[in-house]
Each structure stands twice: as structure tokens, then as C-alpha cells.
Design a protein around this ligand. Sequence first.
Ligand code: PMV
Length: 293
Amino acid sequence: MIASAPGKVIVFGEHSVVYGKHAVVSAINLRCYVKVKKSREVRITSSFGTTGYDFAGKHAYISHAIRRFSEVCEVGGVEVEVRSDIPPASGLGSSAAVTVATLGALNAEFNAGLGREEIFELARKVELDVQGIGSGTDPFVSTFGGSWVLPEKRRFHTDLEFEVIDSGETSVTAEMVRRVRELRDAYPDVILPVLDAMDAIAVRGAEALERNDIAEISRLFRMNQSLLRAIGVSTPEIDRIVARVEEAGYSAKITGAGGGGCVLTTGMGEMRISLSAEGVRVEDFEDWGSADN
Ligand code: PMV
């Protein structure tokens, strides 16, 4: 069976969400597809190569997903094949998407009858198995799809489309979160108001997205990017990308932890993305040949 799950973007609220402020996140139309077939042994194939169980390597998320799934349903062996539209390690949620798609495909192949809530719970455990920490946002958005205001988990819809530019630099979330915390501890009088301003931007941003108000989103992107720069998570390369996008009349901001990773833009990007994509689903094609990726 084949299942797929979407990647995600944080539209507003990265970092400030760590301090209980609002964030706006959305599933995107880039998906990860996983094909699963009962077999005598475990074999995992992706663009990284073919392995068996690979808990500490390139197939850590898939390996842990199989293990967590086998706690609720017996799996003798399984052949897993992955195809993904989502660039890895770029803040677009590729790890959660491959985890959720694997669980979705196992669920279908073994007729386990799990609902989305149960798939999310397993995916959340896998995130913790591999990363040790994690807010659970990525597996949540990848499982349920759609666009959400956090921490309330209020669903909303937007028809707006964005573009994404990969800075080519890797973004290490835990490291960036640690740096922001240090800055906040050293300069609370400066940083706390910045986090409050990010919160206000996220609240306005959700409203503007719902109204499909791209002019307002553009203004909010500029403000948010300046604040992300103020808390030290931009880089010279990201600043150059943002400047190029702004010179062309669009707006851009980091999406995710920063220090590298992807920039979300209102235009002039490398990849077009639409928001509010559907969550995990079983695909009705049996053959990769008919997949459109
Ligand atoms: O880089 P990503 O997509 O994992 O996003 C990190 C978002 C942060 O707010 C920086 C951290 C978090 O856990 O919310």
C-alpha cells in the first residue's frame, strides 16, 4: 500500500512559540510518499540508499516508525520505499512527513484500523525517539493537514500561495532555540518585547491569511524577518536572499528555526507552495509510475 503525508511551513511565530506565543503553521502541497509491502525481513529504500533497520542512520525515522507500529500490530517484516518532494533538513517538515506516511502505509498494509489521532500519537513518539525533544508540531500538521493557529489548535483556511527558497545552509533547530534562550536571558528587557511583537504579528498574520490579504502578509513578513534578525537567527546568506526578493518588490522571511534552512517568500522563489494541504492519506495508485512526483 502507498500512503502520503505533507510537509509544513511555519508562516509566523517560529521561536516566539517556544515562549507560549502564537504561531501559524500550515501543511503544504509538497508530500512524502511511502510504499509498504509485507515481507520476510525489513528493507528500507530511499534516495539515501537501501538498509535494514537503521535506528541511528539515514532511516532513523522510518525504523522507529516500524518499531512503534509493531507495538500495536504485529509486523513480521516489511519492504519500505520512499519518494519525497520535500527537501530534507530545510525546516519543511520532511522528517515528520516520512514518519507519518510510513505509519499511514503500515496501517493500510496491515489493516490495523488506526485513526489519525492514533497515527499522530505514534508519530509524536517517533519524533521523541529520534530527536529526544520536539514540540510535536510537525507530526501534528503532517497527520491532520490544513492550516492552524497555535497554541489553540484553531483550524483556518487560506487560498494564498507562497514560494520557498532554500538557503542551502543547514538549520539545526535545537542549536538555534538554545541561542535565542541565551539572548533572552542576557537581554530580557530587549528580547521579551521582540517576542511579544512576534506574537502580535502572528495574530494579525492569521487574520490576513484568512482574508487572503497578500499586501498585509507582505508587510508582516518584512516586520517578522527584521525581528528574527534581531534575535540572531538570520545569516548573511539569508539576508542576501531577503534583499534580492525585496528589491524585486516581494517580501521574505525565514520559516522554521533559521541559521539556514528555507526562506518563505511572496514571490520570486524556487518552489511554489500552496497551504492547507490534506493530511495523511492512503493513495489509490499501486504503482510509482502513476504518482505525479
Ligand atoms: O526548524 P523547524 O521547522 O523545526 O522549526 C522550529 C521552530 C521553532 O519555533 C524554532 C522551535 C519549535 O520547537 O517550535
